[in-house]
Design a protein around this ligand. Structure first.
Ligand code: AMP
Length: 582
């Protein structure tokens, strides 16, 4: 990505133009923010919170449930609620949430985006149609397309996808970092990204990026679950789905607890009674050793690809909720030989950066001085026949290596392999592997060539990767100079017709009224506690829930805040965090 200085005098009077929002569509939580009065401002949801859990459910009335309320329902309505679906973006995996209602990952993401769009519209008092959405730097083409589709399904024009670490750097770099090279270590709920950036003379250059799309805080929760199950002599796979949901929730709380204290006590209700297990930070860290090893590789690769030595990196920035675990800070400190910066909020940085990007797009005067360059995260190449003396197999010939600074353009020549060959098929792949089938297929151009003996006719293939992550492939027949051009990236994954049908289907799912959001989230929490409790506590909770519901339905909405406050205090008393002091 590269953003040029905006010409002087192109300042836009805020409020007079349509707002572009910045969105962090996270595995665990999502956020939206907008550029106002020279800075990025986080937008609260209907509950007044800026973090909306990326969890979606469908209730008995067929209405969609999003965010905190849905997160509570993961325990009580495990079959009709889903989280962590960002992990499945770019795959055709489907989830059934209600009878006859099947969702693809981009549709679930679209429901989150629609909810954030509604929050932004309520906050701004105007329609929001455009967004910059952040994606893991290491998202491949299919995952990026799925994200673009999610935007369209939510009725948003996605102005730009911005790499999460780049967004973090943009949010951070504008104010804090003077000049220098820095490494962004981003461990979110489901993905891990490392980027190395260089800031000099008003230019922010991404030197390298690497990562793992299937490594994040969730894996640490799973490790803690495995440890707890072993200590309890139980097998997670043998538990019922509601039991599994209760275990996962307890494990998540236990993991967060172990970031604060050296020990954490987990109390879990199984169908045959409640059990308690005490966990120790050291044993949790030992359980996570394989995960820590997996973090090492992308870190080393990014440093190697950046052609820098570890000592040359001036600062290390931690982003993503999972970097709050002490073992992550310790690992980064040990590997990088310095303490990471700690004065930034790992939850909000990416979203704020996406908004800085949206402001750069609309050429806000406050940002005149920033120039940003980015890299392409994967190698791009075409399939060719390897030399016959080596077996004549199909392999990928790279044209643009990963971490080339974009925009970039490179070409190479290829020749016919058979006599009488009348056509050359240029198949384009993305990825690091030798064999085409191990990479991601982006598309194909068939180029007719004059018939000549093998090897005597050929083509020039030029790849140009632009600032928006679009790949242009230009093929020129060497003898005739006839050209064929195709653009391969950032087009939608679903067909127009399919998008239309799915858009209409999503539109038909009702969103609950905003004014009820806080009441519903509170009831969902009380119901979750009910499901987790036993005996007298259950009776007490049942009375609290039914009383609250009847008071809400009878009472004046002006009394709702007091009623909610009362119930919240009682629920807080029931839900004491089972964590021992350090
Ligand atoms: P993100 O996608 O950046 O919101 O990161 C979410 C991940 O961070 C989830 O896996 C959370 O469990 C994890 N997380 C958030 N806070 C903490 C904490 N205090 N200790 C450990 N993990 C945390």
């Amino acid at each position: 990505m590269r953003v040029r200085r905006s010409p002087a005098g192109r300042a836009v009077v805020s409020g007079l133009r349509m707002a572009i929002v910045g969105i962090d569509l996270g595995t665990t939580n999502s956020l939206v923010s907008v550029w106002q009065d020279g800075k990025a401002v986080l937008i609260p949801n209907a509950l007044g919170e800026t973090l909306t859990p990326s969890v979606v459910g469908i209730d008995a009335k067929g209405e969609v449930v999003i965010g905190r309320e849905a997160r509570e329902r993961l325990v009580t309505h495990a079959d009709s609620t889903i989280g962590s679906f960002k992990r499945w973006m770019g795959t055709a995996r489907e989830t059934t949430l209600a009878r006859g209602r099947v969702f693809r990952p981009e549709e679930l993401s679209a429901l989150i985006l629609r909810s954030l769009k509604t929050d932004a519209e309520a906050f701004l008092g105007t329609e929001v149609k455009e967004a910059v959405i952040s994606v893991p730097a290491y998202f491949n083409d299919l995952q990026r397309k799925a994200t673009l589709d999610a935007g369209r399904l939510a009725g948003l024009k996605v102005e730009r996808l911005i790499n999460e670490p780049t967004a973090a750097a943009l949010a951070y770099g504008l104010g804090e970092v003077s000049e220098g090279k820095f490494l962004v270590f981003d461990l979110g709920g489901g993905t891990f990204d490392v980027s190395i950036l260089d800031k000099y003379e008003g230019v922010m250059e991404v030197r390298a990026t690497a990562g793992d799309n299937f490594l994040g805080g969730n894996d640490f929760t799973e490790a803690l679950t495995a440890l707890a199950m072993r200590k309890l002599g139980k097998s997670y796979g043998d538990l019922s789905r509601p039991e599994q949901a209760r275990v996962s929730r307890a494990a998540e709380a236990g993991k967060v607890g172990l970031s604060r204290a050296r020990q954490s006590e987990l109390t879990i209700r199984f169908d045959d009674g409640e059990q308690t297990v005490m966990l120790d930070r050291d044993e949790f860290e030992a359980e996570c050793a394989p995960l820590l090893r997996r973090l090492r590789h992308p870190l080393e690769r990014a440093i190697r690809d950046s052609s820098l030595r570890t000592q040359e990196i001036d600062q290390v920035v931690l982003v993503g909720g999972a970097t709050r675990m002490p073992m992550i800070r310790a690992l980064v400190t040990r590997l990088m030989g310095r303490l990471p910066l700690s004065n930034i909020d790992p939850d909000t940085t990416v979203c704020l950066g996406a908004t800085v990007q949206s402001a750069l797009k609309s050429r806000d005067a406050a940002l005149e001085d920033v120039v940003m360059t980015d890299v392409c995260p994967y190698t791009l190449g075409i399939a060719v026949l390897d030399r016959r003396d080596r077996g004549g197999q199909m392999v990928v010939a790279p044209l643009l290596e990963r971490n080339s600074t974009v925009p970039v353009s490179r070409s190479d020549q290829f020749f016919t392999v058979a006599d009488k060959q009348a056509q050359i098929a240029v198949e384009v792949y993305q990825g690091e592997n030798l064999r085409p089938s191990d990479n991601i297929y982006l598309g194909k151009i068939d180029v007719p060539v004059p018939v000549k003996p093998a090897g005597e006719e050929g083509i020039d293939v030029r790849f140009t990767y632009d600032i928006n992550g679009a790949l242009e492939v230009e093929v020129t027949v060497l003898s005739t100079k006839v050209k064929k051009v195709a653009i391969f990236q950032n087009t939608s994954g679903l067909s127009e017709a399919e998008l239309k049908v799915r858009f209409a289907a999503l539109e038909s799912i009702k969103m609950p009224p905003r004014e009820q959001a806080e009441n519903k989230a509170l009831i969902a929490r009380a119901e979750r506690l009910y499901a987790e409790a036993t005996g007298d506590t259950r009776q007490e909770l049942r009375a609290l829930i039914t009383d609250f519901e009847s008071e809400i339905s009878r009472g004046d909405p002006r009394d709702w805040p007091d009623l909610r406050q009362r119930l919240t205090e009682m629920l807080n008393a029931v839900e004491r965090m089972p964590i021992l002091p350090e």
